[in-house]
Design a protein around this ligand. Structure first.
Ligand code: PMV
Length: 345
């Protein structure tokens, strides 16, 4: 007899970036992100008990297609969490997963994918033991397991904003799981994020390689210090809603992340010419029209264009008139701050 569990979990975009890790996915600095709404992964975990417990038995389907290439990542995730979850070799798993955004869009699915799978495993634990965690403990456990799949995934568990990494200014913060940031100014509750897809290919540098390049990086110690300082500062900005300060800090963070990549050994330049075109257009418009348009970037060429909801009409006009020309196939994804994962029937 088989049982099934299904969760939908969102992606997130970091405002203060995590870049560098040690030991078992322990971050070298604290980070904070907006949880997104429209970019999410839906994962169904179907399990049935099996006779032998020597190895894992996993089949993964992406959009109904068997994906052998996804298996090693899931096996390594299961290995990473096996000291916390003891029953993984006792069951045969069918994992059916799909993303709300195109797999080839250049948008990383690891945060949404790993958090959705971790949630399924936590629900499975509840089913097997007939024990119900309270909601806070359940999410904390799911966040901790997600982290062992993909660091940034641990922040996707919470609505609005979530921080991750031990930090003196964030009570209850931990290197092992994320903490919800609940006292944000209302302006941030529905902040918009239009992801301008400059490059829809595979990531040029995997995040595993990227993080490892911070080991022995000449500016590493300063970077980790700056990021932790920025987290203290953004905490106040997120409370008081000062958008000028928000813009400066978020953009500095994004550019510092890329500066780290440009100065590592080996070095990487992940901007494409169109990344710079878009950034300059947004800055030019902001200077001329006094808007609160903000850019941020992941470890890639796509631009996350952030703006308050009240400026959405103006932003969309700029996107359609000027920015989509620099996007691959004119493509962009409209997203905004979201309310966290949901369990589906
Ligand atoms: O979670 P990972 O290992 O894919 O690393 C993500 C790193 C960044 O997206 C560049 C920054 C962040 O904090 O999300």
């Amino acid at each position: 007899m088989s049982n099934s569990i299904k969760w939908q979990s969102p992606s997130n975009i970091a405002l203060v970036k995590y870049w560098g890790k040690r030991d078992k996915q322990i971050p070298t600095n604290a980070s904070i992100s907006f949880t997104l709404k429209n970019c999410h992964t839906t994962t169904e975990l179907i399990y049935e008990s099996k006779e032998t417990t020597a190895d894992y038995d996993i089949n993964v389907f992406l959009e109904d297609e068997l994906k052998e290439s996804f298996k090693p990542k899931i096996i390594s995730f299961f290995d990473n969490i096996s000291h916390k979850v003891s029953f993984l070799k006792q069951y045969k798993f069918t994992i059916k997963t799909s993303n709300s955004f195109p797999h080839s869009s250049g948008i990383a699915s690891s945060a949404s994918g790993m958090s959705a799978l971790a949630l399924c495993i936590c629900s499975m634990e509840e089913q097997l033991t007939d024990k119900k965690f309270n909601k806070a403990d359940f999410l904390k456990r799911a966040s901790m397991l997600s982290r062992l799949g993909s660091g940034s995934a641990c922040r996707s568990l919470y609505p609005g904003l979530a921080s991750w990494g031990k930090h003196e200014a964030i009570p209850g913060s931990s290197d092992e799981y994320a903490t919800p940031f609940t006292d944000a100014h209302p302006i941030f509750k529905d902040f918009q994020d239009t992801i301008l897809l400059v490059d829809q290919g595979q990531k040029e540098v995997s995040s595993t390689v990227g993080h490892s390049l911070m080991n022995g990086h000449p500016f590493a110690a300063n970077r980790f210090q700056e990021a932790n300082k920025n987290l203290s500062i953004i905490k106040d900005i997120l409370k008081n809603g000062n958008l000028q300060d928000f813009t400066k800090l978020v953009e500095q963070e994004a550019l510092m992340l890329h500066a780290m990549m440009m100065t590592s050994d080996p070095y990487f330049l992940l901007f494409k010419p169109n990344t710079l075109q878009i950034i300059n257009k947004i800055w030019e418009y902001r200077n001329q029209n006094n808007t609160n348009f903000v850019i941020t970037l992941d470890a890639g060429a796509n631009v996350h264009f952030l703006y308050p909801k009240s400026e959405a009409t103006e932003a969309m006009t700029l996107i359609n008139n000027e920015l989509i020309a620099f996007c691959e196939n004119n493509a962009y994804i409209s997203d905004e701050v979201g309310s966290g994962p949901i369990q589906l029937a």
